[in-house]
Design a protein around this ligand. Structure first.
Ligand code: WTA
Length: 662
C-alpha cells in the first residue's frame, strides 16, 4: 500500500464521542471487551443463549483440526424457528417484521411475524412437495421482494442450503454457480422493477438451465414468483408458479432441529482466481454471531427501533444484516425493492421519514453519490428519527463519514464503520455506538469476542503507526467452514499466508486479503485489498474473473485488468486488451462489443470503465503481468519502476495510447 495513503490518514484528528443518552443505555458497554478477552469461549457461549436451542451444545469450540472449526458442538437448533416461530410464540405475532417497499410508488406491504411464519411454513411445505430434501442446494435468483426472504427461511427450515445469486448477475454467472454447487432447484421471479420498468429475470434462469445441461447438470425444478406479470417462457416439466405451489399446501410446518454445524448456505464471492468461491456457512455459530453483532453494533432496542439495511439479499450483508441478524432478534425492518434515486433522488430519505427509521446501514459508495447531489435533497425530509448509522463494504473516506454523520445523522447519530467479509459471516471490526469515540475513516478495533492484528510480511505484529496485513488471530463462530467442495483451496487461500511464519508452526491465522494500518492509538484503518480482488461500489470482483471474460471473446488474445482509484465507485475497472492478429483492429465497434461481452459473461457490475486496445502488456521476464504499472497509467500517476520489465518500451506505448484516448 502506498506510503502517501498511510501518511494522509495520520492527519485525521477528529473524534466523535457517543451521545450521552446512547452511552448510558448502550446494549454493550466497555466492560465487554475485557470479559470477552478473559474467556472468549464463555463470552460466545453467552451470546449463543440469545437463540433457542432444541439441544444444548456440550463443547463451545472444537479447534482440534484447524482450520476446520466446529462451534457449539452437539447443539441442535432450527434457524428459521429462531427467526420466526419463537417471536410468534413470545406474543410478538402482530409485530411488523418487514415493512416492504416496492419500487413502484405506493406498492407496499407490511408483513407481521405471524404472517411471515405462515408464509415460511407454506413455502417449506411447497419445497418439500417439489422434492427438496435436507442438504440439497437451492439457488435463489430474485428481486428484493418478501418472497426472497421467505424462500431463504424456508430452505433453512427444511435443512436445504440456499445459494442466493445477485439478480444483476448474468445467465452465464448464474449457470456457473448452479453447476458449481450442483443445485437441483432454482427459485426466481418473472422479473423485478428497476427504475420504473419491469426487468426480466426468468430468461436468465432459462438460459442458465440450458448451459448447466450442456455441462451435464440438470436443474430439476424452477419455482417462479409472479412479480411483474411480464410474459415468460414456460416449461411444464420444470417450471412451477410459486403462488400455485404455496396455495396448495398447509401453513403448518413443524421445524426440525439440525446440528449446530449443519450447513446453512453457500454464498459465492470473488477471489484471486477466475472462478468465484462458494463460501460455506453453518447454522449455530453463524446465527449466534449474526444476532449478537446486529444487537451490539447497532445498539438494537428491539421494541422501538425501526431498522433498515439497504444491501441486496444477493450479498452477504443482505444475509446477515437483512435476514438472519434482524429476524433472529425479532426486529422491525424496512425491505426496499428499488434503487436509491428512483423515481426521485430523495427516495431513500422519504422511506426513512415514512417509516421513522432509527438505524440505517448502507455503503460508502451510496453516500458519495448522495454527497454529489448535494445537501438540499436530504434536507427536505425528516430524518430526526435516525440514531445509529452504519457503513460497510469498503473504506469510508473521512469526508463521506463526516457528511453522513452531519447531513443524514443530524450531527447526532454515531457512524459505525463495520469491517467484515463474506468469509467472516458477521462484523469483525467496528466501533460500538455507545462506547467508542469514532474517528472518521477508521473501523477502530475488533468487537468483543474477535481478535485481529496487523502483521508484517514475516507475520509479526507491527507497532502502532505502521501498516501491514490484516489477520484474524482466533477462530470465531461465524467463520466460513470451507470453500464448497474444495478444502485445499480453503486452506491455501485463507490459512497458508501466515501459517507459522517462522514464529509458531501451530499458529493458524486467517488472512483476510486486506491491508491495514494501526494508527498511533492502535486503531485500525483498513486500506483495501492487497490481492487481485477489486472493490467497485462495494462489490467484490476479481481481476482474473474479468480477464477470463474478455479472453473468451473471439477477437481477444490477452487481457489485463486493474482496479484504479475512483472518486465515486471507490475503484473502477480498467482493461487492457491485446487483439488477435486475425481480428485486425477489431472494427469500429470493438470497445462496445467487448463491454457488452463482459456484461453478458458476468453482469453489468463488471463492466469496465475503460477498455484500451494495446499492442503488448507489461510483463516481467518470467511472464507475469505487472498490473501495478497499468494501475499507475489508469490513475494518471507517474509510472513506477519498470526495470523488471522484459521490454521497458512497452509502458511508453501504453501511456501514449491512454493519453490519446482520454
Ligand atoms: C472490503 C462485505 C474497509 C474489504 C461485507 C473486504 C471494507 C471486502 C469494509 C469484503 C470496511 C468491507 N472498511 N473495507 N468497513 N467492509 N470492506 O465479501 O476489502 O463483499 O475484504 O463483504 O470489502 O467484501 P464482501
Amino acid at each position: 500500500m502506498s506510503s502517501d495513503a498511510l501518511a494522509s490518514l495520520s492527519h485525521e484528528g477528529r473524534r466523535f464521542a457517543p451521545p450521552t443518552e446512547l452511552a448510558e443505555q448502550a446494549n454493550l458497554g466497555e466492560e465487554a471487551y475485557a470479559q470477552a478477552s478473559a474467556d472468549r469461549e464463555s463470552f460466545w457461549a453467552k451470546q449463543a443463549e440469545r437463540l433457542v436451542w432444541n439441544q444444548r451444545w456440550h463443547r463451545v469450540l472444537n479447534w482440534d483440526n484447524p482450520p476446520f472449526a466446529q462451534w457449539f458442538v452437539g447443539g441442535k437448533l432450527n434457524a428459521s424457528y429462531n427467526c420466526v416461530d419463537r417471536h410468534v410464540e413470545a406474543g410478538q405475532g402482530e409485530k411488523v417484521a418487514l415493512h416492504w417497499v416496492g419500487e413502484p410508488e405506493g406498492d407496499t406491504r407490511d408483513i407481521t411475524y405471524a404472517q411471515l411464519h405462515a408464509d415460511v411454513c407454506r413455502a417449506a411445505n411447497a419445497l418439500l412437495d417439489l422434492g427438496v430434501t435436507r442438504g440439497d442446494r437451492v439457488v435463489i435468483y430474485m428481486p428484493m421482494i418478501p418472497e426472497a426472504v421467505v424462500a431463504m427461511l424456508a430452505c433453512a427450515r427444511i435443512g436445504a442450503l440456499h445459494t442466493v445469486v445477485f439478480g444483476g448477475f448474468s445467465s452465464e454467472a448464474l449457470a456457473a454457480r448452479i453447476v458449481d454447487c450442483r443445485a437441483d432447484f432454482v427459485i426466481t421471479a418473472d422479473g423485478g422493477y428497476r427504475r420504473g420498468t419491469a426487468s426480466a429475470l426468468k430468461p436468465a434462469v432459462d438460459g442458465a438451465r440450458r448451459k448447466a445441461a450442456e455441462e451435464g447438470h440438470r436443474v430439476k425444478k424452477v419455482l417462479v414468483v409472479r412479480r411483474t406479470g411480464q410474459e415468460v417462457a414456460w416449461d411444464d416439466s420444470v417450471d412451477t408458479w410459486w403462488h400455485e405451489a404455496v396455495n396448495h399446501v398447509s401453513s403448518v410446518h413443524e421445524p426440525e432441529a439440525f446440528d449446530s454445524e449443519h450447513p446453512l448456505y453457500v454464498m459465492y464471492t470473488s477471489g484471486t482466481t477466475g472462478n468465484p468461491k462458494g463460501i460455506l456457512h453453518t447454522t449455530g455459530g453463524y446465527l449466534t454471531a449474526a444476532a449478537y453483532t446486529h444487537w451490539a453494533i447497532f445498539d438494537l432496542k428491539v421494541d422501538t427501533d425501526v431498522y433498515w439495511c439497504t444491501a441486496d439479499i444477493g450479498w452477504v450483508t443482505g444475509h446477515t444484516y437483512l435476514v438472519y441478524g434482524p429476524l433472529a432478534n425479532g426486529a422491525t425492518q424496512v425491505l426496499f425493492e428499488g434503487t436509491p434515486d428512483s423515481p426521485e433522488p430523495g427516495r431513500w430519505w422519504k422511506i426513512i421519514e415514512d417509516y421513522k427509521v432509527s438505524i440505517f446501514y448502507t455503503a460508502p459508495t451510496a453516500i458519495r453519490s448522495f454527497m454529489k447531489q448535494g445537501e438540499a435533497i436530504p434536507a427536505k425530509y425528516d430524518l430526526s428519527t435516525l440514531r445509529v448509522l452504519g457503513s460497510v463494504g469498503e473504506p469510508i473516506n473521512p469526508e463521506a463519514y463526516i457528511w453522513y454523520r452531519r447531513i443524514i445523522g443530524g450531527d447526532r447519530a454515531p457512524v459505525v464503520d463495520t469491517w467484515w467479509q463474506t468469509e467472516t459471516g458477521s462484523v469483525m471490526i467496528s466501533p460500538l455506538p455507545g462506547v467508542t469515540a469514532g474517528k472518521p475513516g477508521s473501523a477502530m478495533i475488533p468487537i468483543p469476542g474477535i481478535e485481529a492484528d496487523v502483521v508484517s510480511e514475516a507475520g509479526e505484529s507491527v507497532p502502532n503507526g505502521s501498516g501491514g496485513y490484516l489477520v484474524l488471530t482466533e477462530p470465531w463462530p461465524s467463520m466460513l467452514r470451507t470453500i464448497w467442495g474444495d478444502n485445499e483451496r480453503f486452506i491455501e487461500t485463507y490459512w497458508s499466508r501466515f501459517r507459522g511464519g517462522g514464529v509458531d508452526p501451530d499458529r493458524w491465522w486467517y488472512f483476510a486479503g486486506d491491508g491495514a494500518k494501526k494508527d498511533d492509538d492502535g486503531h485500525l484503518w483498513v486500506l483495501g485489498r492487497v490481492d487481485d480482488v477489486m472493490n467497485v461500489s462495494g462489490h467484490r470482483l476479481s481481476t482474473t474473473e474479468i480477464e477470463s471474460a474478455l479472453v473468451s471473446h473471439p477477437k481477444v488474445a490477452e487481457a489485463a485488468v486493474v482496479g484504479a482509484k475512483d472518486e465515486d465507485t471507490g475503484q473502477a475497472i480498467y482493461a487492457y486488451v491485446i487483439l488477435r492478429n486475425e481480428a485486425g483492429d477489431g472494427g469500429p465497434d470493438i470497445l462496445e462489443e467487448l463491454t457488452d461481452h463482459v456484461r453478458g459473461e458476468i453482469g453489468p457490475i463488471a463492466k469496465p470503465r475503460q477498455i484500451m486496445i494495446v499492442p503488448e502488456l507489461p510483463k516481467t521476464r518470467s511472464g507475469k503481468i505487472m498490473r501495478r504499472l497499468l494501475r499507475d497509467v489508469a490513475e494518471g500517476s507517474a509510472v513506477g519502476d519498470t526495470t523488471t520489465l522484459a521490454d521497458s518500451s512497452i509502458m511508453d506505448l501504453i501511456s501514449a495510447a491512454q493519453t490519446a484516448s482520454v
